[in-house]
Design a protein around this ligand. Sequence first.
Ligand SMILES: N[C@@H](CCC(=O)N[C@@H](CS)C(=O)NCC(=O)O)C(=O)O
Length: 241
Amino acid sequence: MMILHHGWRSSASRRVRLCIEEKGIAYEGHVVDMAKLEHHSPEYLKINPNGVIPTLIHDSRPLHESGTICEYLDETYPDPPLRPDTPYERALMRNWIRHIDGLIHNLIIFNWRHHLQKVASQWSDEELAEKLKNIPSKERQECWLRVARKPYTEEERDGARANLVRLLDRMEDALKPSGWLVGKGYSIADIAAVPFLKRIDEEIAPDEISANKHPRVAEWWTKIQARPAFARANFGPFLES
Ligand SMILES: N[C@@H](CCC(=O)N[C@@H](CS)C(=O)NCC(=O)O)C(=O)O
């Protein structure tokens, strides 16, 4: 039995759902409510010491990190393959995942102001201090402090938007040979980018995913959204209350 602890709006969870749905794996989903900080509870920290979602439980063993989980799933359920054939291309795929992972803060700046900020801004100073104690990383403590007390500014959002547009520039280049980020087909490198593209398209910089700004990215995005697994992964509108 496979269990996925995830969130519907979480980008990292969306990656894993995309991978699972490509492979048609049956799983039980456990939704973790980030607004209630369920991912910082002692029980959850036992399965994910970083206190983030998603976490996969397979054969009673937990696994965290969405990129790692996708690779694990691809090794365990090789059909259809989601990694390129050669060691070099697989290394390039991992570098893409790592690069996109490094951009997560830029997405947080946009994402957390919608749902989490509403909740976090209502906590008293005592409640906030108590909650911050349970967050394993200093970086994420800072993110929660920011949404609770000092929301990201327009200027910070502009900076984050520019960084995400640079991701599109880089993708535009990489897509030239085959229309996919690495190798000849859809891979976990593409999957890693999909949740970012969804948010860029939905709110952050929709004009950038267009034939005149980033034509190959626009084409890639159309192909991705036409995949049956994309519909099954159930991204839903992020901004819906
Ligand atoms: N590198 C991790 C990132 C996971 C991550 O940042 N998850 C977010 C949701 S997309 C989260 O749990 N945020 C809550 C928090 O930081 O408190 C992965 O890919 O699994």
